[in-house]
Write a protein that binds this ligand. Structure first.
Ligand code: EPU
Length: 453
């Protein structure tokens, strides 16, 4: 077990964009959740399977969308943006050699591999980016492509998939209900010849939304209890119109901001059902909520925060993308809380900076929980102990974002810490959160984007 307490004292470069936050007050106000990052980019890939244009609305202004758009443009896909509406026309698609984007990297290239293989005999995509929160292998994706009749070569530059004839349906059982691998299987199966069965599939709300979108494009997909998806392949799909669902990860984060700061935040633009068990854990920790209408929820504290034991899991479990903001709430709870992370082996990189602000957290390689965990016999620090309540203080501390979701946790940390904090690594955060500074500043949080050029 290790205690982490190293403050970052490096000088702040004058040319770098950082967030300056003066915290210590309850955050109160209204905020609209933007379109879900982890559905938008998948919908952009799905649009390539159609024969006619697809229009996405409620598209968030985030880096991940820009990166995906750059990759699509590089292979000839037409894309026109009007406000938050993005129309994707796959007709001019001219090449399946996807270059490395200049604007950054994300997880989308591996999804393009399967989707483009229906249209081209050979597809090449670059190596993946995204957050370093574990090894993040892509073996399930590559095995799926082979099972559908393709072959894949891995090179230092990326992945090359080939096929000799139309892909064929298959029966596939994922070793773990991976979100991305389920998406790859869906993209492969909808246009493959014959029937496919995907067992042990992910059922996250963004997957269900993707299935609905593919059905609207003409795909024949059946879902059933027990994580099984059956697809009857069709020869052709059409474009469609898709309003992007509100981001449930954002919404939970604003709830945690209300809980941690003893504030009161009304979040609009979300389907509360998609928050699933988060709402149970939030209440167990002392939070409360009120449904104002079918897409608007008000979050607040019902009383003193209580210590809570949380294990992250695939949906409908507590999402791994919720644990970072929730940890901030737990630093303010009266007692010892535990988070057992079972989805990614290395997702607690942000605790070090929290300890420097006054939090009392420790990591252990032991599984502090009862869920089956793939990291049980490995040496990963994947359980956290959080002792609260610890008031946070910042005397100009500079905290550097290690990964996207940790970035939002740092905003919450800086919001509840008395004093001024600086947050570095802004491009990483803005890859997944759009207009974050103006939206938070419209509540009473004193946040600025400084050194903006
Ligand atoms: N895994 C494998 N082999 C594979 C694929 C996955 O071992 O071929 C393992 C992963 O290493 C991980 C687990 O399976 O331990 C789950 O990974 P999954 O494939 O479900 O994750 P993903 O599709 O790469 C998406 C989101 C993540 C989110 C996870 C879990 C996107 C772009 N990313 O990742 O979001 O945490 O599902 O819900 O949709 C984020 O938004 O910050 C983020 C990391």
């Amino acid at each position: 077990m290790s205690t982490l307490t190293t403050p970052d004292t490096s000088p702040l470069p004058t040319s770098e964009v950082v967030y300056r936050i003066q915290g210590g007050e309850a955050v109160v106000g209204e905020i609209r959740a933007l379109g879900a990052k982890n559905f938008t980019t998948k919908a952009m890939v799905a649009a390539l399977l159609g024969h006619s244009p697809t229009t996405l609305s409620n598209v968030p202004p985030i880096g991940d969308v820009a990166i995906t758009q750059e990759m699509l443009a590089a292979i000839g896909v037409g894309a026109t943006t009007e406000g938050d509406t993005l129309t994707i026309d796959p007709a001019p698609l001219a090449s399946a050699q996807v270059p490395i984007p200049d604007s950054g990297s994300n997880r989308i290239p591996i999804l393009l591999l399967g989707a483009l293989l229906h249209r081209f005999d050979e597809v090449a995509v670059p190596v993946l980016g995204g957050c370093r929160i574990g090894e993040r292998p892509v073996d399930f994706h590559l095995n799926a492509i082979e099972q559908f009749g393709g072959t894949v070569t891995t090179t230092s530059a990326g992945y090359v998939a080939r096929r000799r004839k139309r892909l064929h349906g298959t029966q596939i059982k994922l070793p773990y209900p991976s979100v991305g691998a389920t998406e790859t299987c869906l993209f492969l199966s909808v246009l493959a010849e014959g029937r496919s069965v995907i067992a042990n599939a992910a059922i996250e709300p963004e997957i269900i939304e993707l299935i609905t979108m593919l059905r609207a494009m003409g795909a024949i997909i059946f879902t059933s209890a027990g994580r099984e998806i059956r697809v009857e392949g069709v020869p052709q799909l059409w474009g469609t119109r898709v309003p992007i669902l509100g981001d449930r990860i954002e919404a939970a984060s604003w709830a945690c901001l209300a809980g941690a700061s003893d504030g009161d935040i009304t979040v609009s633009g979300i389907n509360p059902n998609n928050l699933g068990n988060f709402l149970a854990y939030f209440q167990q920790a002392g939070g409360g909520f009120e449904l104002l209408d079918s897409t608007t929820v008000r979050f607040f504290r019902r009383g003193p925060l209580q210590p809570t034991v949380v294990e992250t899991d695939v949906y409908p479990g507590f999402s791994t993308d919720w644990q970072q903001p929730f940890a901030l709430m737990l630093t303010q709870a009266n007692g010892i809380s535990i988070i057992h992370e079972t989805v990614y082996e290395n997702r607690f990189g942000y605790l070090k900076a929290l300890n420097a602000l006054g939090a009392n957290t420790q990591l252990t390689t032991h599984c502090l929980g009862g869920l089956p965990c793939r990291f049980r016999d490995a040496n990963h620090e994947h359980s956290a102990i959080i002792v609260g309540p610890t008031p946070l203080r910042s005397a100009g501390n500079i905290i550097t974002i290690p990964d996207l979701r940790a970035g939002l946790a740092y905003i919450i940390a800086a919001a509840i810490a008395h004093g001024t904090s600086f947050i570095r690594g802004v491009p990483m955060l803005e890859r997944g959160y759009g207009d974050v500074v103006p939206r938070l500043a419209r509540m009473n949080l004193r946040i600025e984007r400084v050194n903006d050029r």
